[in-house]
Write a protein that binds this ligand. Structure first.
Ligand code: ZN
Length: 371
C-alpha cells in the first residue's frame, strides 16, 4: 500500500508542475490515474494505451499494477455514480482526491489540485506522516476523498437524492439529510470521506475556498481517527488558517451567508471591503482589537461552543489561537493531546504546559504584542 501512496504523491507532484518533467516515471503514467468522463473517454483510452513502457523492475511492475487497479476502481465508481444520476460526470484526480461533477474540465482539474494543496498544507502544518491522515479502509484499498462539485443547486440536490441518500449510513438520518439539502454543501467521513457542494452564482475562487475549508475539516477529523469528534472552534480555526495558507484569503463559509446568491457581487465598493476583510492582515488586526478591548471569549467557553453558536468574532479568535500555537510550534502536539484527552483543559496541560487561564494569558500577550 505504501508503494501506491508514494506513487500517488509522485503523480501529484508530476501533475502539479507541468513544466517539470517527472524524474523517473514516463509521462504516459500520468494517464493511469487521471480518469475522465465518458465524454472524453477516447482521450482516456489513448492515454491508457500509451502506457506501454516496460517496467524497469519488479517494484515498478507492482506499482504499475496497483495504479492500474486504482484507475480501474475509480472508473468503475464513476460509472456507478453516473448510472444512479442518469447523467455523465467529469472527473479529475490528484493525490488522494477525486473530484466528480459538472464543472468545466479546467475547473475540475483546478479543484482537484486545490484539494491536493490543502492536503499537502495539512501534512506540513501538522508535521505528520501523510499515511496517518488518510488510511485505506482495508488492506489493498486505495484511499480517496471524493469531492462532488456541481454548478447548480439542482445538481447538488440530485446528487443527495439519487446517490448520497442510497449510500449514507446511520450517521445521516432523514433530518440531517434534509438539512444538507438546504445547505450549500456537506461533508461526511462515513461510509467514506465525501465532500459535496455547488457553485451557484459564486466566483470560482469562492468554490476553491470552500474546497480547502471542507477538506481541512475532513482531514482534521480523519487524522488519527478520534471518531467524529473535534470541537468546532478548532475545526473552524484550522480551516481558516488553511484557506489563508493555500489561497491567501478566507471566506468563512460555515458561518457567513446562507446562500451563494447572498455573496457580494464583484466590482462593488462592498465587494472591495469584503475582499480586504478576507486577508490575513485584516484577521490579525481584528484579533488584536478583540484582545485589546477584552471582547474575546474565555477559552474554556470558546472550546464548548457548537457550530451554530460560533459567530464571526469567535472564528477570528479561534484562527488566532491556532495561528499562535502553530507559530509557537505547539499545534501538532495540542491536536494530538486534544484528540486523546477530548478535553480542552487536559490538552492545555499536556501540550501547552499549563491550565487554560495560563494559556489564555500567553495567547493574549502574543496577540497584544502584534503577533
Ligand atoms: Zn467550517
Amino acid at each position: 500500500m505504501r508503494r501506491v501512496l508514494r506513487r500517488d504523491n509522485f503523480l501529484s507532484r508530476a501533475i502539479r508542475s507541468d513544466f517539470a518533467p517527472p524524474r523517473r516515471r514516463p509521462v504516459a503514467r500520468f494517464g493511469a490515474l487521471t480518469v475522465v468522463s465518458l465524454a472524453v473517454a477516447a482521450l482516456a483510452a489513448s492515454w491508457l494505451t500509451i502506457r506501454a513502457a516496460p517496467p524497469a523492475s519488479a517494484d515498478d511492475a507492482s506499482d504499475a499494477a496497483a495504479a492500474d487497479a486504482a484507475a480501474a476502481a475509480l472508473a468503475a465508481a464513476t460509472k456507478d455514480y453516473e448510472r444512479k444520476l442518469g447523467t455523465t460526470l467529469r472527473v479529475a484526480s490528484r493525490g488522494h482526491f477525486v473530484v466528480r461533477g459538472d464543472m468545466d474540465q479546467p475547473d475540475m482539474e483546478n479543484l482537484a489540485e486545490t484539494a491536493r494543496a490543502a492536503f499537502d498544507d495539512y501534512v506540513a502544518t501538522m508535521g505528520c506522516d501523510p499515511d496517518d491522515v488518510i488510511k485505506p479502509a482495508k488492506k489493498g484499498d486505495t484511499p480517496w476523498v471524493e469531492v462532488f462539485q456541481f454548478k447548480s443547486e439542482k445538481g447538488y440536490t440530485d446528487f443527495l437524492d439519487k446517490v448520497f441518500s442510497r449510500i449514507r449510513d446511520e450517521t445521516v438520518d432523514d433530518r440531517r439529510l434534509a438539512l444538507m439539502r438546504r445547505q450549500r454543501g456537506m461533508f461526511v467521513l462515513t461510509p467514506r470521506p465525501i465532500v459535496a457542494q455547488y457553485q451557484g452564482p459564486s466566483e470560482i475562487s469562492t468554490v476553491r475556498s470552500q474546497v480547502v475549508h471542507k477538506t481541512s475539516h475532513v482531514l482534521l477529523l480523519l487524522h488519527r481517527k478520534a471518531g467524529a469528534w473535534m470541537p468546532w472552534w478548532l475545526l473552524e480555526g484550522l480551516a481558516v488558517r488553511q484557506e489563508l495558507s493555500v489561497l491567501k484569503e478566507s471566506r468563512t463559509y460555515c458561518l457567513e451567508v446562507d446562500r451563494p446568491g447572498d455573496y457580494f457581487k464583484p466590482g462593488t465598493p462592498e465587494a472591495d471591503e469584503a475582499a480586504k476583510a478576507r486577508l490575513e492582515l485584516s484577521w490579525r488586526k481584528r484579533a488584536k482589537a478583540m484582545v485589546d478591548g477584552s471582547s474575546h471569549r474565555d477559552l474554556p467557553v470558546l472550546a464548548k461552543l457548537t457550530l451554530n453558536e460560533l459567530v464571526l468574532d469567535d472564528v477570528i479568535q479561534s484562527w488566532s489561537i491556532v495561528d499562535w500555537m502553530l507559530r509557537d510550534g505547539k499545534l501538532p502536539a495540542f491536536v494530538t493531546a486534544y484528540k486523546k484527552e477530548r478535553e480542552f483543559a487536559a490538552a492545555c496541560e499536556t501540550a501547552l504546559g499549563g491550565p487554560p487561564s495560563a494559556v489564555e494569558a500567553k495567547w493574549r500577550a502574543s496577540v497584544a504584542g502584534g503577533k
